[in-house]
Each structure stands twice: as C-alpha cells, then as structure tokens.
Design a protein around this ligand. Sequence first.
Ligand code: ADP
Ligand code: MG
Ligand code: MG
Length: 760
Amino acid sequence: MSTIYHFTGAWDDKNLLGNKGANLVAMTKLRLTVPPGFAVSVETYKEYKRTGKLPEEEIKQALEALEKQTRKKLGKGLSVSVRSSAAASMPGMMDTVLDVRDREAMLSAIKKVFDSWDNPRAVEYRRLNNIPADMGTAAIIQAMVFGDLDGNSGTGVMFTRNPSTGEKVLFGEYITEAKGEDLVSGRKTPQTMDALKSQMPDMYAQLEEVASILENHFRDMQDVEFTIESGKLYILQTRSGKRGGRASVKIAVEMAKEGFISRQEALLRVSAEDVRSFLHRRIEHVEKYQAIASGLGAAPGATSGKVVFNTLDAVAAMKRNERVILVRPETSPDDILGVSAAMGVLTSRGGLTSHAAIVTRAMGKPCICGAEEMKIDLHAEKFEVNSHTVNKGDIITIDGSAGKVYLGDLPLTEAEGSPELAELLTWADSFRRLRVKANADTVETVALARKFGAEGIGLCRTERQFTGEERLSAIRAFILAETPEQRAEALVLLHKLQKKDFMAIFRELEGMPIIIRLLDLPLHEFLPSEAETTDPELKRRIRELRETNPMLGHRGVRVAVTYPEIYQMQIDAIADACAEVNCDVSIMVPQVVTSQELLWVKRMVKDRGVKFGVMMETVRACMRAGRLAQVADFFSFGTNDLTQAVYSFSREDVEKKFLSIYLDAGILQDNPFLILDVKGVGRLMETAITWARREKKELDIGVCGEHGGEPRSIMFFHTAGVDSVSCSPFRIPIAKLAAAQGAILDSQIAAARSKLRPLG
Ligand code: ADP
Ligand code: MG
Ligand code: MG
C-alpha cells in the first residue's frame, strides 16, 4: 500500500484519496488546469493516529517530485496549500493551511490537517450526518495559485446549474483580487456570475466549457471552486452540488433527457424530501404586505417564528416547542445546531454559497442571506432596519424564495407542482406496479385526490357522516329508541342522509373506484358525556354503553352483529346511491377476527353487484387470512390498528409517554406508527398475504393505514406483493415516486442476482 498518490496517477479510490483528492486526480486526467500536487493517503492518517509519526522520507520524495514538475523549489517560487480530503464530504469542517513555504511548516501543516479530523465541529458534523468516526482523512499538498495577485485575478465558487431552480446556467459568486477564504466567510459581498460574464467574457466561456466537461464525466450537477491568477483559470475542487427539492427534480429530469442518465436513475436520484418541497409554503396575498428588509432568497419556502440571535436560544426554544427564526450576521459551522433547531435563517452578510445558504438548502428550510440593510446588535439582541426595530422574541415571517422579511405571523399557503415533476411522475407510472389511491371521505377531499392523480379512493370512512346536529340526533334517536317503530323511523332518516352523501361523493369520483368502510366507531361515541345531561334515562343508557377499553371493545363489525340494522342501512344506502349514480364501489368491513363475522355482513349485501372485502387490522384476521380470502373479494391492511395490536401499544399513550425514550436509547429504531415495522408487522402481513393468495390467487390486496404514504414502508409493500396503497391526497406524488423506486431497485437486484454464478 502506497503512501503518496500524485494527481497525475491513475488512481481513483476515494477510500485512500478522499473525495477531494480523487476528484482532483479525475480532473487532472480530464486535462483541466488543476494546480499540481499529491495526496498523502487515508492509510497514512491512520498510521499517524496510531504512532504519532509521518512517513517523512516518502513525503520528502513526493515534494521533490512536485518541485521537479513545477520546476520551482519550495519557498523559491513554489508555495503549497495543505488541505483535508475525506471520503465523505465535510465542507469547512477541517483545517486548511495555505501558502506554506518551507518543509518544516509543511510537516506540521499535514499534522494540523490530520488532527483537525477530531476537532469538535467535525465530530459534531459526523454525528449529525452518520459519518463513521474511524473513516479518517487524506491530506492534499497542492501548489498555490493566487487570486489576489492583480486586477486580472480573483476567486469564485460556481454551480454548473442553479441549485434552487435547477435551471441550466452557471450560478455562483466571484470576487476580484481576493482569496478563497474571503468568499466562504461572507466577509466580502461577491459579484454574480453574470457580472463575471460581462467583465471577462472569455473567462466565462472557459468556465462553461469546464462545467460541461465535469457534468459529462460525473453525470451530475457540480459545485466547483476556481481561482483566476493573472488571467489564467485554475480549478481547485469539484463535487456533486447540494440542491433544493425543485432543482433536484428539474436536474434529474433534464439530465435524463440530455442522455446523461437513464429514466430509472433519474427516479432514484429524486428523494421524497425533494418532492415534498413542492409543497413549500408561500405567503398568502403577499402583495398586501410591506417587507421591512430584503436579501438573497437562499433557500425556498416561507415560515414564521420568534427572532433569536444565537444557537443556544434556538436550541432552548426548540425544547420548549417554540418556532424561531435564527438571525445572525453570518452563520458558521458552529451554528449547525441552531440552524437545525430553527424554522428558518436570516443573515445580513454572505451570499448564496455562504454557510447558512448551503446548510438550510440541504435541510429544506427557508433562508435569506445578505440582507445588508439590517444592523444586527448581538449584545442588545435586536436588529434595526429601515426605521423598524425588531427585538428578541418578536415574530417575523421570512420568504426564502423571494428573499423578503416581514413583521408578524403572516398567513401561508401551499405551493404547486412543476412541469418537470409532472413528467417525472409519468415516468414513475411506467415503472411502478403498486396502484396509488387516496383516503377521502368528503366531496372536497375526493376532488383533491383527483387533482393529485389518485387511482381511486382506497378508504372512505363513514364516521364523519354522523356528525352535525341533524345526523347526530338521528343516530342518537336510533341508539336510544325504546320501540322497534322508533328505531325504524330513525333508520329511515339516516338512510336518506347517507344515500345523499354517497351520491355526492360518487358524482365527484368521475369513474374512480372507491372502497367504503362501514361504521367503525363504538356507539357511545355518539352520545354526550354523562355530566352533559340531566335526563335520567339518557344517563342510564350512557352508563350501559360505557366501556373499560373502547379501542378493544364494542366497535366495528361487532356492532353490526348486535345491531344489524345499522350496517344494513349503510349497505342499502350505498347500493341505492350506486343505482342512481353509476360507480365502481366496494364495501369494507372493519375489525374482523373471523370469517363468520364476514359471512354475517355478506348476507346483508346479498347479490347487489358491489365488491365485498375485509379490513385486515387484527392479528387473528391475519392468522385466518386463508379462510377470509374464501369469503372476501379484497383485503385492505389497516396498518395503524394492526401495529397497535402487534405491539400491544396504545398509540397515543406510547407516543406521549415513552416512545422518544425508546428511540433515544436505541431500543426501537423508528416509530412503528410512522414507518412500518418490517420485521414484526411486515412479517405478519407477508404471512397473511401468502396464505390468502394460496386460496385466491387474484385477491386484490391494499394498504390503507398511514404507512401507505410513507416512502420506506411503500418500498416494502411493493416487495411484499401488495397491489395498492392508499394515503392522504397530498402524499400521492411521494407515494408514486416511492412505488417506482421500489420496483426499479427490485429489478436491479434481480438483474444483479442473475449475473451471480453459482459457487463450485
Ligand atoms: P474545504 O474542504 O473546507 O472546502 P479546501 O481544501 O477546499 O477546504 O480549502 C479551502 C479554500 O482554500 C479553498 O476554497 C481555496 O479557496 C483555498 N485553497 C486551497 N488550496 C488552494 C490552492 N492550491 N491555491 C489557492 N487557494 C487554495
Ligand atoms: Mg473547498
Ligand atoms: Mg382501524
């Protein structure tokens, strides 16, 4: 194993050279003008860490080779930088030593860079980003170039495409007669690439050429550091650029169209977070408000909160569950916890490539940078701008898309999609096998579901149809009826109301199929509390219906066994509505534990052409899946209740009392109510699916719990052979993407497997 890797060599192992080093080698091979140099390997760092010693002789020889290459001696014409280079990108976390002019200084600089692997900032960054502590860093020794030499010199950072919008134009910042650190620190306010274009058109053309070479090679948008020394361009670093969600979608789609990547790869590159950013909020009727300050829109979206001026206050506020905006002249890597605790960030200095901008974009929170009119007084904890004074604790709203700051808590609205997102989702449609439906129980949500591209309503709850004064009094009349006549009368009214509701919903479907779940609530939920009434008869009835544990009590299909009239009324209302408004309707029975319950309800459906299925949400239903499949046309897993049942966890109590402790202690890895527990609940589902399909191969199987809109869970449902998921309308784009990703990864794994040759 070698210690030294010259840029001119043929190596590319990130684990030895680090990311920066490997890319410097790649760029040298691409014949870009990279100042010459070499990497001292990660292995050497590990040896140094064990022994405290550097391989002096090898480093001396490498330096001599560099002197030969540049035809200059160190200290006499040659000066070098010593840079860190880890396999995982850790921007600005470790030390860089610039302008080293003698051997002694260079050895100690290498040690300084190696030692900075363990500085507190780097340690904290690794912890937040799950980077292993023993990964280690290489050191890069590189000939210096000077951006502050003369008027024809300067330094800049550019993205090969716009990291907020994804537009294919060079985007970045440039300062004439300056060194790199002037840019990164935000101490000098830089010029845009457009200014560079008009001042040095030839240089701009060269940068465009560099951008195209780099994108061709790395097949991704790049973040490039460059320096111009007396009119000559040098490239100092390149890496994949961090980008906002909108940009991520646009870049993935356009790169696929430009032929850099396949459609599958484009789909895999976009994350659920990226798609979620299309739901970025905006200020409602923004024209009505007067901004108090403006700066650069550094990370998109609008948010509001109380002003705080330091990381400690931001973190303390987060613990109190308060929304805050972190206001600083500029942020540094030391503020990382404050940024992550805040809803958004506002700085008075620095540009679109400053620390605050990069970090917030990655976190998906709004940020405004370089609002220069603001005078921030960190000691008095206030800022002044255009005759306004804003103190610590005052509420402001920031719009990170437009770069505007407003006083007060302004009303916000959701944002809309983009043509590229629409196109990406049609690609997702061509790869995914899972159908994506929506949960909806009102005309409005059905309309929303259609707007977001739902392929049906996977869960229409009927509880809501019993709210409102008229309906509540009708169901109460039914529960409290003393004679069969009174009961029948109440049912006639309920039937009429329900039929009307269903007809309205069916009209809104415009051809989409719908699964309606029969009543699931225990009856006493419809009665007032005992204290609310003085009527002794009502009090008696309320006491009679009271349950010790209603979640496990007289609810769902169990009510239909004791009061068949209610389910009969609902089934009749659905069938009658369907007779008037043609519709592909399925009826689903909740809380089933045995096929006998299902047969009981099936008798009420008679032969009326509606499909009939079971909500799989009890453990026994899963264990009897084969038998249930004989009776049902379809299954839909209700993964919320099923998770409660498998864990014997009551969700509310668990989330309130101890779940966070379980997660912190690593006893549980994820909240099983948010991310499906594949090892427990998932295994039970797989077993049930296998048994059910053995009985009925064509049985349609869906998932309608909250997990139906969660990306990781969706990938599992794909693999488990589920046919459809149902989620909130807003999550449909995310669910479609995840379903496509699951299918693509599955086929990639299958393809890789088919290439493996059997052993022996
Ligand atoms: P980081 O990994 O924190 O980005 P770098 O290794 O990129 O640190 O170094 C920080 C800055 O130092 C660079 O952005 C550049 O401005 C400057 N720098 C590093 N090496 C050189 C060099 N050979 N010539 C001129 N400037 C350099
Ligand atoms: Mg750098
Ligand atoms: Mg349920």
